[in-house]
Design a protein around this ligand. Structure first.
Ligand code: ADP
Length: 888
């Protein structure tokens, strides 16, 4: 504590902006401005014996509301009580007190002398600027009598503002002072006791209370609170000890109250907390009571059950350690605590994942596998052969990592069901993961657990569902993944399919590696092109073309009808769909490469039959000869005697029981009328092409889509205009360019083709041409419509119809050469489906015809074209239109 100090007449002045140092307070400041650095250097740092400096509050003039006396440099002020004339030294005032400063700074007339308790000097790099950190202790008040400058800092002539010893002794006798002191001490004591309860620091402060004079205590106490600048100034100005003590009492009391209020609030919050704790204990007690009463429905602690499950999960040692750490964390938490449930769900996943659990590898019986594939699927000879080869390699070398099989083909051709047959042949579980529309890498790899609502990726989720670590996993529609800002799922899939990397597959949610190497992956796709090349590189593509109507018929008769009947609780005794009717369904109601719609239509027939059978039986009393059906359900009823009327079939009775329970006199045979009644009027017929090409300007093309081959009509028309070309039907750039090429070719050959002079009118001049590709909503692109475009233009300008039984495909060069195109097999199959009889193909596509089933080829006339003229020759009845005019 500061003892009484001898004040010199002059003190170097360190201004404190909007802040006050009170006697007894200790403060740490950093001096950076040149003037204060200079001051510290000269007055404190360089002196052997550390002197005193004066701390004088200054306030920004803008916020002057004038509490207490202030002074402006160079202006003599009357500072009220304790007033003195203050002059600023005029010699070098211009150096540091510009006009601006005069306007903005107001010096307070009272300050506090301070001494440095600690000094440290720093040099900033690279500027080399010197700074000081000074710990100052306020000692006693002084009044400024005159302010002047020394070099770059201020000095002041001062006089002590504290009472002299004699004055002090006199005041101490004053009864008012005694009362005030007592009051102050009591309040201070109260504050100390309160703080003592909280921080246990009171003991030292209590000693202070007994040893230090009250007027000094008042300063010390107030200096330790956070109070406003005005209050600090008024405390500084309280030279009279009675005033000072009463002010301090007020401030200490206020501080005391604010602590009490804060404490009340904390208590309230704590009260709420302890309420949840209380609930927890009560619940624990309730559980114990229940246990005592033998009334315990959840007889063991959830967490203990989880722990047991985790122990049985067979985690690798590292992961087990990680899981235990997480479990310990969970055990410390209360169920109501945030994070509890997420931690629990995570641990449940760790416990559920098949770390080691695998389905037993059966000795692979290739004959049985072949039989199974044959019995599940009609045709597909090559595909089945490839699957058998794949299985044979696995049998000989189970650890060999063969390529990932990828079945590519239009929807409904049996890709998924082939994959499930592979699983059955290997005796493993089958898990399907749909990747269609997956754009977010997190779908594959999961979200980190820091995300709200985070989940594992689809692979880990699939494995959890499978509950074994070696299932056959189907990555369905692998060509439909896309990438955007949320990452690239394909790159995550690369890791999955790479035998080197998938041993330690890292799911973000799981956050520990999982071994995927035992999983057998099979993929499906509609098209090869969209699959990223790196991914494609890891797979062996097996193409499944669409089916011919004959194949569809066989598939329907052998596989689909029996399956559909079974699914609807029927059999051939109740519903018969003759072959001729199936053919009609294929021709008139479906026009797809696969058999999915066919299966759907057959299911509609089966549903209608099921309703009829059920309705018929509803009122049909069963006679005793049902007895020998051997249905336990009926037997028990018949045992009760007499006739039984079957009205309600209880749930859970198998399909077989239902069908045997219902016995109709004659089966329900589907005929043509029935077909229309159930499936509606035919959707497609063979006349469609003929009708659509009945006017000149329309030609029939063959295109390739994700759904297999399709027939694509091209319509052209001309009208008065400026010779522009209009194109519609959602066309891509390539197809638009093909149209330009086609028009240019036709124009350049107009005379040769005798188009220009048809009917004496020049069809090409002063006319706009509009070409439209119907099914306007479906985007189209590719070069293979070239020959079709030319044919439709020639048809338009020659006003001759294209043959309705002829479809074509091929790219054309500007010089009229016909170039080969892709997807020939699918296109030819599509033409066949549409009932087209003749197909014009580029000559160089001849080799692709080997892939087309001979049954289809037998029904089609394939015409090969080398040049555009060949196409036109075949496309029009009686040959190329110009032949009639030319003498060639
Ligand atoms: P994809 O996965 O190619 O879209 P699915 O495998 O789902 O097609 O096949 C659709 C339906 O057609 C399934 O019920 C499937 O059994 C059946 N199916 C497809 N091809 C054949 C076939 N060759 N033999 C028997 N059924 C088939």
């Amino acid at each position: 504590m500061a003892e009484s100090v001898e004040l010199p007449n002059r003190l170097a002045i360190l201004p404190f902006r909007n802040k006050v140092l009170l006697p007894g307070a200790i403060i740490r400041i950093r001096c950076t401005s040149p003037s204060s650095v200079k001051l510290v250097e000269q007055e404190l740092w360089q002196r052997e014996e550390k002197g005193l400096i004066g701390i004088l509050p200054v306030r920004d003039a803008t916020e002057t509301t004038s509490v207490g006396p202030t002074l402006s440099p160079g202006v003599a002020t009357d500072s009220g009580e304790g007033s003195s004339k203050i002059h600023l030294g005029t010699s070098d005032s211009h150096k540091f007190d510009g006009k601006n400063q005069q306007e903005f700074i107001h010096w307070h007339t009272r300050g506090v002398a301070a001494r440095a308790l600690h000094l440290s000097r720093g040099v900033e790099k690279p500027s080399g600027r010197v700074t000081y950190i000074v710990v100052l202790e306020g000692l006693c008040r002084f009044s400024v009598q005159e302010l002047s400058t020394r070099g770059t800092y201020y000095t002041a002539r001062i006089a002590s503002a504290d009472m002299t010893k004699a004055e002090m002794e006199q005041v101490e006798q004053d009864p008012d002072f005694i009362v005030l002191s007592r009051q102050f001490k009591a309040t201070a004591m109260e504050l100390i006791s309160l703080l003592e309860q909280k921080q246990k620091t009171g003991a030292r402060t209590k000693v202070l209370l007994e040893t230090v004079p009250v007027h000094k205590l008042a300063d010390i106490f107030v200096a330790s609170f956070e109070i406003s600048f005005e209050e600090q100034l008024s405390m500084l100005d309280s030279v009279d000890v009675k005033v000072r003590i009463s002010k301090a009492t007020e401030l200490v009391d206020r501080h005391l109250q604010s602590i009490r209020v804060a404490e009340k609030i904390t208590q309230k919050v704590e009260g709420q907390l302890s309420k949840t704790q209380k609930e927890f204990f009560l619940r624990q007690q309730m559980r114990a009571i229940k246990e005592e009463l033998g009334d315990n429905d959840d007889d063991e602690d959830d967490v203990a059950a989880l722990e047991r499950k985790m122990e049985g999960a067979g985690m690798p040692p590292d992961i087990w350690k990680h899981a235990q750490r997480e479990l310990r964390r969970l055990k410390k938490m209360q169920p109501q605590q945030p994070g509890y449930s997420s931690s629990r769900v995570y641990l449940e996943l760790l416990a559920d994942l098949p770390w080691q659990k695998a389905s037993e590898e059966l000795e692979l019986d290739l004959r049985a596998a072949r039989e199974r594939l044959d019995s599940d699927h009609y045709g597909l000879v090559k595909v089945k052969q490839r699957i058998i080869e794949y299985l044979a390699v696995r049998k000989l070398k189970p650890e060999a990592r063969g390529p990932v099989l990828c079945f590519v083909g239009p929807p409904g051709v049996g890709k998924t069901s082939l994959a499930s047959s592979i699983a059955a042949a290997l005796g493993r579980k089958f898990v399907r993961i749909s990747l269609g529309g997956v754009k977010d890498e997190a779908d594959i790899r999961g979200h980190r657990r820091t995300y709200i609502g985070s989940m594992p990726g689809r692979l880990i989720d699939g494995l959890k569902r499978a509950a074994i670590c070696n299932p056959v996993m189907l990555l369905d529609e692998i060509d439909k993944t896309g990438s955007d800002v949320r990452g690239d799922p394909a790159s995550a899939l690369l890791e999955v399919l790479d035998p080197e990397q998938n041993k330690t597959f890292n799911d973000h949610y799981l956050n520990v590696p999982f071994d995927l190497s035992k999983v057998v992956f099979v993929a499906t796709a509609n098209r090869v092109q969209p699959i990223p090349p790196a991914l494609l590189d890891r797979m062996e593509v097996i193409e499944l073309p669409g089916y011919t109507p004959e194949e569809k018929l066989r598939i329907a008769m052998r596989h689909l009808i029996p399956r559909v009947l079974d699914q609807h609780g029927l059999n051939a005794e109740y519903l018969q769909i003759p072959e001729a009717m199936v053919k009609l369904v294929i021709q008139r109601y479906t026009r797809e490469a696969g058999v999915r719609n066919l299966e759907r239509n057959l299911a509609s027939l089966a549903r209608a039959a099921a309703v009829r059978v059920a309705e018929q039986e509803h009122s049909l009393p069963l006679t005793k000869d049902v007895h020998h059906l051997g249905s336990p359900l009926l037997e028990s009823r018949l045992a009760d005697g007499g006739e039984v009327e079957m009205e309600v079939i209880p749930m859970g009775v198998s399909n077989h029981e239902i069908s045997t329970a219902f016995r109709v006199s004659s089966p329900f045979v589907v005929d043509e009328a029935m077909l229309e009644k159930i499936l509606g009027p035919p959707r497609y017929d063979d006349k469609e092409t003929a009708e659509r090409v009945s006017s000149p300007g329309v030609s029939v093309g063959l295109v390739w889509t994700a759904f297999g081959g399709e027939v694509q009509f091209v319509e052209a028309t001309a009208m008065v205009g400026k010779g522009d070309l209009h194109l519609t039907g959602q066309l891509g750039d390539v197809i638009k360019e093909s149209a330009q090429i086609a028009l240019t070719w036709v124009r350049s050959r107009a005379a040769e083709l005798k188009l220009a002079s048809t009917e004496g009118v020049n069809l090409l001049e002063g006319r706009d041409v509009h070409i439209h590709f119907p099914a306007g909503a479906v985007p189209k692109d590719g070069p293979s419509a070239g020959v079709t475009l030319v044919t439709s233009l020639v048809s338009l300008f020659s006003q001759r119809r294209v043959r309705a039984d002829t479809a074509m495909t091929g790219e054309m060069t500007l010089r009229g050469l016909v170039l080969p195109v892709g997807g020939i097999k699918d296109k030819v199959l599509a033409a066949h489906r549409y009932g087209i009889k003749r197909v014009i193909l580029p000559e160089r596509n001849l080799k692709d015809l080997v892939e087309v089933p001979s049954a289809v080829l037998g029904n089609l006339e394939i015409l090969l074209a080398k040049r555009m003229e060949d196409v036109l020759e075949h496309a029009f009845e009686g040959g190329c239109p110009w032949r009639q005019h030319s003498k060639l």
